[in-house]
Design a binder for this molecule. Sequence first.
Ligand code: ZN
Length: 483
Amino acid sequence: MSTNRKIITNGYIITMDDNLGDLPNGAVLIEGNKIVAVAESAEDFTGIEAEVIDAEGGIILPGIVDSHRHTWMSLLRAISADMSLPEFLVNTFYRIGSVVTAEDMGAATLVGSLEAIDSGVTTIMDCCDCVNTPDHGIAAVESLRQTGIRGVYAYGMQHYDFQPRAFHEHSERLRDAERLLKDQFSSDSLVKMGILMSDYGTLPFEHSAAEFNKGADMGVLMCSHTGAATSSLLLKGLREFKDHNLIRPNHLHIHCNGFTDPEWEIVKETGGKVSISPETEMQMGMGHPPFRKSLEHGIMPSFSTDIVCVGSGDLFSQMRLGLQFQRTIDNDKVHANGTMPMTIDLSVRDALRWATQGGAEALGLGDEIGSLTPGKKADVIIVSAKRSFVPSSYPAGTVVLQTTAADVDTVIIDGEIKKRHGELVGQDLFLVRARATQALERMRKAAEKLPLADAAGIKQWWTIGERMATKSFGEAYKTGLMV
Ligand SMILES: [Zn+2]
């Protein structure tokens, strides 16, 4: 059946598959939800009945992967543009999170995942750490499904002061996550389930341990904001968890800015993965985006947008910022020796690998996505050359350093067209806007009644948090519990 097959042609293909390389005028054959073949020329597919997708001289590449994105905060655009991490946590995250209803969650998740698709992201790790009631989780999963994005829905364990309170005990939340997995997910779901752990140190050690154990029972991907506050004890705890054999392989560690070398070794030894969000990390005082450290420990990093409360929801921006940041640091080391850098070590292709294969592996999907390899899932995007008047002299360079969401012409996920000729398809965008605007208005009104902390209040809040962390990690070694 012709409608089941697609041939993408008339573009420069970057396969991100080492055996296939780049094909300057190649073609990709898709059948159903799979890539069937990649050829040097569309002539190789002569006679095959298929819908032809003309890339019009653009760049054809695998869909990119955002390994950490809080879509529930998608309506709060740029609200924290001048905030540090402690200020963001007090005045945005916990303050507004405490008034988010299930309907707000549904509207925000819809907007966030559509924004991701619009910018060429075909797979996300949706970090949903605002599950105020059981309905919140259901609303988020429904919205993800409505957009047709691939990904992992990471059920967040974080607690907010939401009224009326739905979860009275930590164990109730764990049971709710298990219920959601049972009710909403099957093995062939495009969106799989994961768990985003409560931030380390903000709860008793035994509760963190219970989250690790529940994730192991459920057999789902686990992630955490680990070491995300350089020079603070908060969000640490790797040694304590390792001493209790709690960390399972493929755990996704988000940010990792404050890790010591022994902590990087723990990530490596336990088979961990790494997600880096350059924009929020650089702004909010989390520390340096740790690309070099990750590479030095043999771990391929991945990129993430984190939140649109700060920067762009466009992963190309994160590639550009992250790569150029690391090049600055690398070059500074050469300058420190009194010489000029004569060559550049990290390449745009490295950054593109982290955004495709790195993201795929971070989400445990390395065999299914991340390259245009026959047999993999048909997640393909086309970056247009129309706005630049002339074709790129180095397509990988254009993708990483020059592309924005406006240049993304076509997005295909699991063989289905989600964006074509620069427009999202299959969604009533008028309704999406109306629903999102109403939700934002409701959240604003509800949050108006809550106080904003000043500088002294923010400092006090953080200090209390650090004392909680000292207590929590200390509990790991109390008599009878320790190795
Ligand atoms: Zn996050």
